[in-house]
Write a protein that binds this ligand. Sequence first.
Ligand code: PEP
Length: 249
Amino acid sequence: MRKQIVAGNWKMNNDLAQTETLISALKAQKNTTGAEVMIAPTATNLWQAYTSLKDSKIEVIAQNMHFAESGAYTGEISAKMLKSVGVNTVILGHSERREYFNENDALLAQKVNAALANGMRIIFCFGEELADRKSGNEEQVVGNQIKNALFHLEAAAFKNIVLAYEPVWAIGTGETASPEQAQDMHAFIRKSLADKYGNDVANETSILYGGSVKPANAQEIFSKPDVDGGLIGGAALNADDFFAIVNAF
Ligand code: PEP
């Protein structure tokens, strides 16, 4: 059975004090489901978050990492550094990294390789822009994003990969893909995995949906058979909202 996961991407929000406050509020919440819960605070607060949550069931994950092991990459953070502060999962390929930091498929493939070589789990994000959807090219765009960054891997690597379909037009906009649009794309992604790696990999890989998931729409989105959870941005900054989404399973 593939895992159900709800991960909160805090982006560049919350200083140390705010991180501590939000984590205290999260610790007071109850997960009434079998879903795994993760939060991705900003890099400067990962150690604090890890320390506060290490005896809880909330995993602390990173928003990004560099592909190199170490060296002259000013401002960057390696997989080994993340692991040294208790972080074993990393989000890669978020649309904001692609758009504002020019991360392309080739770079992301290097990051994927580095994370896996260091024994990390990856939440790999991808999704089409509005123009792609308007022109009916969304499956082609998403198919290429997955193929270019992941399909050089062996099947076994997918034990450590979670996919996150995030249509760019729905991130932080208040627009959500309809549950049917999400299901159709997730089914396409699963079929692409099955065509390349077979049914076992396809059926065991969790595919999350991201894009303006809120307490009000989570249940309907999560009820779709190929939606295995969510990557949550804005609503992850409020403990009540975040756990209302977790408990929507
Ligand atoms: C995200 O950034 O991954 C995201 C889905 O953001 P939001 O929920 O705010 O749309």
